[in-house]
Write a protein that binds this ligand. Structure first.
Ligand code: EPZ
Length: 418
């Protein structure tokens, strides 16, 4: 397993180009199953999770080719409408093929995702939505089996709680259902808007993506399309924190400020200076001291849970007490334990973590546990004195394209140890 060696203390300066969004690429790739025609997707990040999804599409029977960020999918023949355990256990987002497969070929067999470091991660809401559209769903031997031999019927479905991939799964299924579907309490994440934009290019009739109520009028079939994935707001947010925690001056290219309003507000309150010198460009400097600010994660447009771990690392360097409340996942403070090993002063109490700063961080051997927790360890290591060794960086490779190269180009002393 690869490790990272990071020696902290460098103020990062320079430019970073943001890649396409992993959490937009995954549903977009699943959406390709809805048509036999060729779909071309641009700016697909070559990260592990995307590789897993491409393997899954190939297993299902689609032809998948990719070169320099462009992926071409032709799901002419669906050979096996299923997502086997071997693939799902490494990436729960495989459940995104459930809706498209039921809509396209009337049945799907998807392994239950099982838990992961941050929580139970059930897909009961995905299933409830598909049942509302007329699918018959059973569960056995760790698999969900969904059937709709006579196709799906549009219906009104309200999510008990907001689910990003739940909304995307249902949106893709409803695109080919007979009649109209209304999704209430829908997720409003930019990635939901992006997959809706792709579906509309493929001929779907969708209104309201990005709001809590999405209306879909089903069509008989969808056709091929070309689409460019939106920039990765979580990668961009991670690098904004890197600029703030090292007291540097970073310019991020190809990012959408609109997708990061909550984080930008908190960074500015904490004493950093985030500006927008040009469209699709963000600049972050942190001339003075950091101040503690409280954060509560919420569904978009609130503060993203995927940026909570990164912000916690930053708050270890801020004067005062920061209370971080995680409302989305039940166990997303694993990084606090590793940060404490580097000298951070953090007390976890249920859904809240109390971070007292400023604590002098010193390099240590730490272990990554999930994708965003790993990112927070990288950020802490950039601010720590001495060398930090981060083990199991495959967690980072799931969602960040060449993070060590991007950081090294701005002066970070980081290298990968195979
Ligand atoms: C998406 O996961 C993202 N993944 C996650 O990013 C992100 O953390 C999460 O949304 C929240 O923003 C992708 O888009 C591929 P949810 P998702 O369904 O859709 C509960 C990363 O780091 N729930 O919005 O799986 C669930 O347990 C990843 O890139 C149910 O109870 O999250 C959670 O507590 C990590 N039943 C809450 O809802 C369901 O059927 C929100 O989950 C579905 C979800």
């Amino acid at each position: 397993m690869d490790k990272f060696s990071i020696t902290g203390g460098v103020r990062l300066e320079g430019e970073i180009a943001i890649s396409g969004a992993k959490n937009s690429a995954l549903p977009a790739l699943a959406a390709c199953l809805l048509t036999a025609d060729r779909v071309t997707l641009h700016r697909i990040p070559p990260v592990r999770d995307v590789g897993t999804m491409q393997k899954l599409l190939a297993h299902i029977g689609a032809s998948v080719t990719h070169a320099d960020g462009r992926v071409i999918v032709e799901a002419g023949a669906i050979r096996a409408p299923e997502a086997p355990y071997e693939l799902v256990k490494t990436m729960r987002a495989s459940s995104l093929v459930l809706g498209p497969l039921v809509a396209r070929c009337g049945r799907a067999r998807v392994s239950l995702p099982g838990g992961c470091a941050i929580g139970a991660r059930p897909i009961n809401l995905h299933v409830a939505g598909l049942e509302r559209l007329g699918a018959r769903v059973t569960q056995e031997h760790g698999y969900i089996e969904a059937e709709a031999p006579n196709g799906l019927e549009g219906a009104m479905f309200a999510f008990d709680r907001i689910s990003v991939t739940g909304t995307e799964d249902l949106l893709m299924a409803a695109a080919l259902a007979r009649g109209e579907t209304i999704i209430d309490n829908a997720a409003r994440e930019p990635e939901v808007v992006d997959v809706a934009a792709l579906l509309i290019r493929m001929g779907a009739d969708i209104e309201g993506a990005g709001t809590s109520t999405i209306r879909i009028r089903g069509v008989a079939e969808l056709h091929g399309a070309e689409h460019e994935i939106i920039p990765d707001r979580i990668e961009a947010g991670t690098f904004l924190v890197a600029g703030a925690i090292t007291g540097g001056d970073l310019l991020l290219r190809n990012c959408v400020a609109e997708h990061l309003r909550a984080l930008i507000a908190k960074l500015n309150q904490a004493g950093a200076e985030v500006t927008e010198p040009a469209p699709d460009t963000l600049r972050i400097r942190r001339p003075g001291k950091l101040r503690s600010v409280d954060v509560t994660t919420e569904e978009h447009p609130g503060f993203a849970t995927d940026l909570q771990a990164q912000f916690m690392a930053l708050m270890t360097q801020a004067e005062g007490i920061a209370i971080i409340t995680e409302t989305i996942f039940e166990n997303r403070f694993m990084h606090a334990l590793e940060l404490a090993r580097m000298g951070a002063n953090i007390r976890v109490d249920g859904r809240q973590a109390i971070v007292a700063g400023v604590s002098r961080l010193s390099g240590a051997q730490v272990i990554a546990s999930d994708l965003r927790a790993s990112a927070s360890l990288v950020l802490a290591a950039l601010a720590a004195e001495g060398e930090t060794i981060i083990d199991r960086v495959y967690h980072i490779d799931r969602g960040y394209e060449k993070i060590e190269a991007k950081l090294a180009r701005t002066g970070a002393r980081i290298r990968r140890i195979p």
